[in-house]
Design a protein around this ligand. Structure first.
Ligand SMILES: [Zn+2]
Length: 416
């Protein structure tokens, strides 16, 4: 029988602990090679993997609630897609080498429980547990930089022609080459001087839609003064983008959608999205609930995991996610122009890995979990569920929960 995922409704939890673990689910094979992982039979996903969405009885609108287990469920789907050699398999599952137990702490800031003492993968591309933590910090940094800037900011979006026949890796290679050529050399330097471009923050992204992979870059440009119009910016820079794209192997004329300059309000919207799209909160769920109903044909990589969780397909979604993970591996998601971060924030900040592993030193420790118990939690994929139980019922709630999962021999030993 495969291990269940994130809680088992049929296990007694006793005492003050909740008697029903929310959501059942997905078998997370830890020893399955990638090729096999993509052939996970559909019956490994239970029908209750995602709880029913609450509906507002007055308006009929969907009104989903925050689901604290979601990111753990999505991480298990990512493990399915990426196989047991990928570092997401280690994330929040194995103790750090210097630790013998796992702490559950409660964040002073958010009130939510989290783990300290576990290894974190720090992958903003592929890990639904690490990505929200990292993105929240990155969004705050970008917001602080814009607040500190005295001039103008605009949002530049660049993409290139693509079709369903394009494999992501070579398409992304050529696209990033075009981005590099766009800024390299004297034409961009001269244009920057004329337009007053003093710095930039570039984010790399992709979606997958009717025309296949759609890699694109959003760049926040920091401009001196307030006199440059979007029209003149577009006029000057679009020519450079056309030239760079052609030199990177993209033939033909670029469509107007391939190069877009938007004003500061769009920059604000973008940062808000940056800070929320990786958090599995109610607002995000609402947006996704609509997209599920066919209003959107474009999926972000994490949408693929979500779709699979909601309705497992024949493995295509996992295979697309694996292609994406391979193509984006080792690439930087956010690139600040030289010196800009230090200039505006006074620091270069933390790495993604440092953010993923960081803890609030003053945050209260709610429970300490020895390795023997952690092994049980990991085996049954209870990481998300344990956080909820400990946050609500403390260490005694955890004890009740674990009693239901400990093997009989363990119980005999304890009872002497
Ligand atoms: Zn991770």
């Amino acid at each position: 029988m495969p291990p269940s995922f994130e809680g088992r409704a049929d296990r007694p939890t006793g005492g003050g602990a909740p008697r029903r673990a929310s959501t059942g689910g997905l078998a997370a094979p830890t020893d399955r090679p990638l090729a096999d992982a993509r052939r996970v039979p559909l019956d490994n996903i239970t029908k209750s993997a995602t709880p029913p969405e609450p509906v507002n009885c007055v308006t009929g609108e969907l009104n989903p609630e925050f689901d604290p287990l979601k990111k753990w469920q999505l991480q298990a789907v990512a493990r399915l897609a990426l196989g047991d050699r990928h570092r997401v398999n280690v994330c929040m599952r194995h103790l750090r080498p210097d630790r013998r137990e796992v702490d559950v702490r409660r964040s002073d800031k958010s009130g939510r429980a989290y783990y300290a003492g576990l290894m974190a993968c720090g992958s903003v591309w592929t890990c639904p547990v690490c990505a929200p933590k990292i993105q929240a910090v990155r969004a705050d940094e970008v917001r602080a930089a814009i607040d500190a800037w005295q001039g103008t900011v605009v949002l530049l979006t660049q993409t290139v022609p693509h079709s369903r026949q394009d494999a992501l890796q070579p398409l992304l290679d050529r696209f990033t080459e075009a981005l590099r050529k766009f800024k390299a050399g004297s034409p961009y330097k001269r244009a920057s001087k004329r337009l007053g471009i003093a710095g930039s923050i570039r984010a790399l992204e992709t979606t997958d839609g009717l025309n296949g992979w759609h890699p694109h870059a959003h760049t926040i440009l920091f401009l001196n003064g307030h006199s440059v119009s979007r029209k003149s910016l577009h006029g000057e820079l679009f020519k450079l983008w056309e030239s760079a794209a052609a030199r990177a192997g993209f033939d033909g004329q670029l469509s107007p959608d391939a190069f877009n300059v938007q004003d500061a309000s769009k920059v604000r919207n973008y940062i808000t999205k940056m800070g929320t799209e990786y958090r599995w909160n109610a607002e995000h769920e609402l947006v996704k609930a609509h997209s599920k109903r066919g209003l959107s044909h474009s999926l972000t990589p994490f949408d693929m995991l979500r779709r699979y969780l909601e309705a497992p397909d024949d493995g295509r979604l996992l295979a697309r996610f694996a292609d994406y993970a391979l193509a984006f591996h080792g690439r930087r998601q956010l690139v600040w122009s030289d010196g800009l971060k230090k200039q505006l924030l006074g620091t270069e900040g933390l790495t993604d890995e440092q953010i993923a592993e960081s803890i609030g030193e003053a945050d209260a420790v709610l429970a300490r979990i020895p390795l023997s118990d952690w092994t049980i939690i990991r085996k049954h994929n209870l990481q998300g569920h344990v956080l909820e139980v400990v946050n609500r019922y403390g260490a005694s709630g955890l004890e009740h929960l674990l009693e239901a999962y400990r093997p009989p021999s363990h119980l005999c030993m304890n009872s002497g």
